[in-house]
Design a protein around this ligand. Structure first.
Ligand code: PBG
Length: 327
């Protein structure tokens, strides 16, 4: 092994050309999933206060947006519904004429090549804002499972390409797999929010989706942030139940978890660069404190380097445009 001065690591950093040859990780628009928030009504494209640069869309305004996404070569969207009609059981989550069901139909018609993934969780649809049915002041795991399965079927019937349960109930992947298979949807994959932490980084999303819990918090179902071995157990459980792709969420404070999952399992791995992570960058950029483009690309690269194959991010559109400029 040569040592300095024979060894000079700077030789391989001398020009962009040489750096490009030895670069270990690269970002591509094809890695990204773009979240979309669908609201009721018509003619709505309204910027979301807590997530500058992202919008609430009514179904009739989606085609412009999906055209943009196709042009930017972003392969997939993740849909969230924002509704006015909420009840204890989250019924509008599995209504055939719900906003997400309508959005799926509209997107598959306007942009058939765009992969439509839907978030499966009741919190945007329940009056109490929790991710499942409330029994004695807490979310009842087993009573929630059939509702999640119903929601997944209703999205599949509307034409969704993939479903993504984010509720963190035990057994939901199995319940959803069985329901999909039993209803003729054997080839619809499940992207499981497998290691999802009870994180303060979801704050801006809850404002965007109107899904903040009306009492208590999500700590009895989402994971405790200090734990990493437990994340491996969560991932293993979801894989056993039939998850096709697993996710770690949030991304940035959990890069070590992404790395551990990458080293332990061979499943495709997604990371969710969540709303709080995005909002902090936007807030600092608006004040001129950071170089937004470089920071965003560095952040997204770090998620790739940690081991994620897929990045769900509100930065997807701008990042894809920046990446296209560079070539
Ligand atoms: C629904 C859900 C949440 C997010 C994705 N799906 C919120 C939550 O669990 O409270 C958060 C996404 C983000 O912060 O960007 N359960």
């Amino acid at each position: 092994m040569p040592d300095f001065p024979a060894l000079r690591l700077r030789r391989l950093r001398k020009s962009e050309a040489i750096r490009s040859l030895v670069r270990e990780n690269t970002l591509d628009a094809g890695d990204f999933v773009y979240p979309l928030f669908i609201v009721e009504g018509g003619g709505v494209k309204k910027e979301i206060n807590s997530l500058p640069g992202t919008y609430h869309f009514s179904v009739d305004k989606l085609d412009e947006e999906t055209d943009d996404l196709s042009r930017l070569k972003i392969p997939a969207v993740l849909l969230f519904g924002v509704v006015n009609d909420k009840d204890e059981m989250g019924s509008s989550a599995y209504h055939p004429a719900g906003v997400v069901q309508q959005a799926i139909r509209a997107i598959k018609k306007a942009s058939p090549g765009l992969l439509v993934i839907t978030d499966i969780c009741l919190c945007e649809y329940t009056s109490h804002g929790h991710c499942g049915v409330i029994e004695n002041g807490d979310v009842d795991n087993d009573k929630t499972l059939p509702l999640l399965a119903k929601m997944a079927i209703s999205h599949a019937e509307a034409g969704a390409d993939m479903v993504a349960p984010s509720d963190m109930m035990d057994g939901r992947v199995k319940a959803i797999r069985q329901a999909l298979d039993g209803n003729g949807f054997k080839s619809i994959p499940i992207l499981a929010y497998a290691a999802k932490y009870a994180s303060a980084f979801y704050g801006p999303f809850r404002e965007a989706a109107g899904s903040a819990p009306q009492f208590g918090n999500r700590k009895s179902y989402q994971m405790d942030p200090p734990n990493v071995r437990e994340a491996l157990r969560e991932i293993e459980q979801d894989i056993r139940e039939g998850a096709d792709i697993v996710m770690v969420k949030p991304a940035l404070s959990y890069l070590d978890v992404i790395r551990r999952v990458r080293e332990t399992f061979n499943h495709p791995l997604a990371a969710y660069n969540v709303s709080g992570e995005y909002a902090m960058v936007k807030a600092a950029a608006a004040r001129g404190w950071i170089d937004e483009k470089r920071i965003v690309l560095e952040i997204l690269t770090s998620i790739k380097r940690a081991g994620a194959d897929i990045i769900i991010t509100y930065h997807a559109k701008e990042a894809s445009a920046w990446l296209a400029e560079q070539v």
